[in-house]
Write a protein that binds this ligand. Structure first.
Ligand SMILES: *Cc1c(COP(=O)(O)O)cnc(C)c1O
Length: 383
């Protein structure tokens, strides 16, 4: 069998390897000058004042929630259509994730639903730019500002995306990125929070380093811990990789967008498939490409199509199982099937196709051909 095409993949070249080797030969291998350079360059790239590098996107989420002051009993309104980390990190802080349904077209949190759930216990709104498509940030801001709530944007999919001409990272109170290998750029593992708020930046830096605050007035050796923090540090050699990846980000996104254009052209006239949306006021970095099957037209389940594609070497995935249907969230918070019809309907019919900048034309064409063949097969055999 031909080698399967994965749904996502890093692109590491010689210059990346060289950058990591250089960093390993320097005096610092954990948090040092490369971390600060990575932070400076990432903040500049997205038009934010401050950036704090952390050991993962999940650590970045947890740190951002803690800085927001989320604690036991607080509620955070969020989308059920995201990676589990967005909600898990709320639970780490003792908070309760309040899920609300998504919009059918962008698959992002529905601003109208947010409004209905705001109450005295609400501490923040955690939004995610699904597949790289930014949320309607102005609309969400308009709603939450009235209630003095902070917006934390999980932008693990949308580094380099734009909303109304502005880069993601420059708009929300805190924006979180992940540098996992399938994301837009990678450091192996890694994450970042960018913000325009100096206080947040300072608190994040303390949190990532055990809660330690230096107090030279009491002696050059002295430090105090007022709140126990974590070891959420990123290494210097990971940051060296991140800096070099960031140099190439525009090309990565260009490639992603070209592949998406090819897929869209190939699938737009197939009546069994709904292709993903990109609103005219955004530019998506296209972390993933999700098609939805019109189940009444395909006449077989998503599972059948999924398995058939997988059997033929297409590394399909499903992003994501709605979080409110996960056993923990059902048991702990009482969520159940039927709570959020739009996301549940989406889940029944979604399939993620391979998309990564290093994809060859041959691989792209193989995905297109295989999808057409598998869907065509069921069409003929069900008539
Ligand atoms: C990848 C991802 C995360 C977690 O990032 P890690 O770096 O893997 O910890 C969080 N949220 C979303 C939406 C993601 O896609």
């Amino acid at each position: 069998m031909k080698r399967p095409i994965p749904y996502g993949h890093q692109w590491i070249d010689k210059s990346d390897i060289q950058a990591v080797i250089q960093a390993l030969k320097s005096d610092w291998i954990t948090q040092g000058p490369k971390v600060r350079e990575f932070e400076r360059k990432a903040a500049k790239y997205c038009g934010a004042k401050y950036a704090v590098a952390l050991s993962s996107g999940t650590a970045a989420l947890q740190a951002a929630y803690l800085v927001t002051g989320i604690k036991k009993g607080d509620e955070v309104i969020t989308s059920p259509l995201t990676f589990v980390a967005t909600a898990n990190a709320i639970v780490y802080c003792g908070g309760k994730p309040i899920f609300v349904d998504i919009q059918e077209d962008t698959l992002n949190i529905n601003p109208k639903e947010i409004k209905k759930k705001v109450n005295k216990k609400t501490k923040a709104i955690a939004i995610i730019d699904f597949a790289g498509h930014p949320c309607d940030l102005n609309e969400i801001k308009r709603i939450v500002r009235k209630h003095n709530l902070l917006i934390i944007e999980d932008a693990a999919h949308s580094l380099g995306s734009e909303y109304k001409g502005k880069k993601i990272g420059s708009i929300s109170d805190m924006t979180i990125f992940s540098f996992h290998p399938v994301k837009v750029i990678t450091t192996g593992e890694g994450g970042m929070v960018v913000t325009n708020n100096k206080k947040f930046c300072e608190k994040l830096k303390i949190l990532r380093h055990h809660g330690i605050v230096k107090k030279p007035k009491k002696g050059n050796w002295y430090y105090g811990v007022e709140n126990p923090g974590y070891n959420f540090r990123l290494t210097d050699f990971q940051s060296a990789l991140g800096i070099n990846q960031l140099r190439k980000i525009d090309n990565f996104i260009k490639k992603r967008r070209e592949i998406v254009a090819k897929y869209n052209r190939a699938f737009k006239d197939i009546k069994e498939i709904i292709i993903p949306t990109e609103k005219d006021y955004v530019k998506s970095a296209w972390h993933i490409y999700v098609i939805q099957l019109k189940l009444d037209k395909v006449k077989v389940s998503r599972k059948k199509i999924f398995n058939e594609l997988q059997k033929r070497g297409i590394g399909v995935q499903v992003h994501y199982i709605p979080i409110h249907l996960q056993p923990f969230y059902r048991k702990r918070f009482g969520y159940k099937k039927g709570d959020f019809p739009t996301v549940e309907r989406y889940y029944q019919r979604a399939i993620t196709l391979p998309l990564f900048p290093k994809m060859t034309d041959k691989q792209i064409n193989r995905v297109i051909k295989t999808v057409k063949k598998v869907i065509g097969f069921y069409k003929i055999n069900k008539k």
